[in-house]
Design a protein around this ligand. Structure first.
Ligand code: GBE
Length: 490
């Protein structure tokens, strides 16, 4: 009896050890990268003839940034791109994802006047990356709209599809001989929901239930138009690929009750499906649950039509299929349940989505209130995309962890270890993930949080005008993963 028990315990301990210390190999087909965005790192907000962006305007004219900071100097990457490339090289990644500042190359927002200095900056960055054997992956729009276009209504203006495509054309024309990988948009959900529905990103319009749907409608048309331009004119010669990157939490049902299951699925549709369904589903158009609920709510509220604009059938087929991969930004998971009471008024969260979203207090946290460490959510999400969008090629364009001020960043190391293990689990489940990108190369301007939350693999000293960068422990950890192409299951 005692003997069997001991043997059983030993076996249990042994199997535990095998699983825990196990060294897992990444498939050779998976490539790795690291990401930044123009406004968050470049600085040089008004050098040469650069025009004003909504983030220049917003940080200079409001006091909503936590530490009253702005991106005027940021990481000074406009002057230090060679140092940035050194770091990218040191990490050993395959590609570097960065974005183009619209007003740096088109000072007025329109394509009738190009800034030569702006073009030269990105030309040099791209050439130096290629010389260092690093593939450039370019985001055309990472949130810094020209202020002049905002004055015309920004993304609520239907003309934006043309203005954006004009900008994309300049980028394809100028850089497409060397850049073969493009993202039209970074996180449309954040652009529209946080910038137009609420007030947590520029231009902080705060017209929830109305403006975010108008924004999304025009943004989707802009994406599709730029995609078709590439497809028709540039792809035959330049032979690259184009997509966009969608952000979402994994929405876990709070309980397994039918109503909570329904609430969580609805949240997936209002976050990922809002932009995912029009582009990636077989049928196209917004998710049925969004069309139904917003139409019903709008009528009940006395509006003559749905607050969610309608696509024509031509537009539905024009937008459908405008992707060469599924781009995903993912950081964390939330719990979802049906609300106890229903609220009133046009509102994305309370009325249209109509769920309660919260977090398990037992989940380990980060410096960002919204970012909890829940690696299994990543695996579930990748499987959800596989199931709902016909097993597309997925590229993870952002994943990362925030802390306050720490070069010996063991919490970040643990985050990357857990999330990369979850990624491998999803690949073993059959998810078609071809690339993974860490956010971010270095600490940078974290939007409303200013410089108070750090996401970097490299530490940036924001008290020093020279903005020196130092590798954190996590940079060395990421480097070692890429060198060995293995990861330990901790
Ligand atoms: C990305 O956005 C950005 O692309 C990048 O520029 C940024 O630096 C990086 O992440 C780090 O933040 O209750 O969860 O719905 C909203 C991340 C929280 C996108 C949701 C946080 C979107 C940021 C509150 N947002 N998320 S809730």
């Amino acid at each position: 009896m005692a003997f069997t028990k001991t043997v059983a315990l030993l076996l249990l301990a042994a199997s535990d050890l095998v699983v825990k210390g196990e060294v897992r190999k990444f498939p050779d087909t998976l490539s790795f990268g690291v990401a930044t965005a123009a406004y968050q790192i470049e600085g040089a907000w008004n050098v040469s003839d650069k025009g004003e962006s909504i983030w220049d305007h917003f940080t200079h004219t409001t006091d909503t940034i936590k530490d009253r900071s702005n991106g005027d100097l940021a990481c000074d990457s406009y002057n230090q791109h060679k140092r940035d490339i050194e770091m990218v090289k040191e990490l050993g990644v395959d590609y570097y994802r960065f974005s183009i500042s619209w007003t740096r190359i088109l000072p007025d927002g329109f394509s009738n006047r190009l800034s030569q200095d702006g073009i030269v900056y990105y030309d040099t960055l791209i050439n130096d990356l290629i010389a260092a054997n690093i593939t450039p992956f370019v985001t055309i729009y990472h949130w810094d709209l020209p202020q002049r276009l905002q004055d015309l209504g920004g993304w609520t203006n239907p003309m934006m599809a043309d203005f954006f495509t004009d900008f994309a054309k300049v980028a394809f024309e100028a850089f497409g001989d060397r850049v073969k990988s493009w993202l039209t948009f970074n996180e449309p959900w954040v652009v529209c929901l946080e910038g137009y529905g609420s007030v947590t990103k520029a231009p902080a319009l705060g017209m929830t239930g109305i403006a975010e749907y108008m924004c999304a409608h025009n943004l989707l048309k802009a994406h599709a138009k730029a995609y078709h331009l590439y497809d028709d004119v540039y792809r035959p010669i330049q032979k690259g690929r184009v997509g966009l990157s969608l952000n979402t939490n994994w929405h876990e049902p709070a309980t397994q009750s039918p109503t909570d299951l329904e609430a969580a699925e609805r949240a997936m549709q209002f976050y990922l499906g809002w932009f995912g369904h029009p582009v990636f589903s077989r049928e196209g158009d917004y998710p049925q649950v969004m069309k139904d609920r917003i139409a019903q709510n709008s009528l009940a509220q006395g509006y003559p039509r749905s607050r969610l604009p309608e696509f024509t059938s031509e537009e539905i087929s024009y937008i459908k299929g405008t992707h060469d991969f599924f781009g995903l930004n993912h950081y964390t998971t939330t719990l979802v349940r049906m609300p106890k009471k229903v609220l009133e008024g046009p509102s994305f969260y309370d009325i249209d989505l109509g769920t309660e979203i919260f977090r398990d207090p037992a989940w380990p946290g980060s410096a960002s209130f919204w970012l909890k460490v829940v690696p299994w959510g990543f695996r579930n999400l990748l499987n959800w995309i596989k199931k709902n969008y016909n097993n597309p090629e997925i590229i993870v364009f952002e994943n990362g962890f925030s802390d306050i001020d720490n070069k010996n960043d063991t919490d970040r190391i643990s985050y990357y270890n857990k999330y990369l293990n979850a990624l491998l689990d999803a690949i073993e489940d059959g998810c078609n993930v071809s690339a993974y990108t860490a956010w971010s190369l270095m600490d940078n301007f974290e939007w409303l949080e200013g410089y108070t939350e750090r996401f970097g693999l490299y530490y940036v000293d924001f008290n020093d005008p020279k903005r020196p960068r130092t590798a954190k422990a996590s940079a060395l950890y990421y480097k070692s993963i890429l060198e060995t192409r293995t990861i330990e299951r901790k």
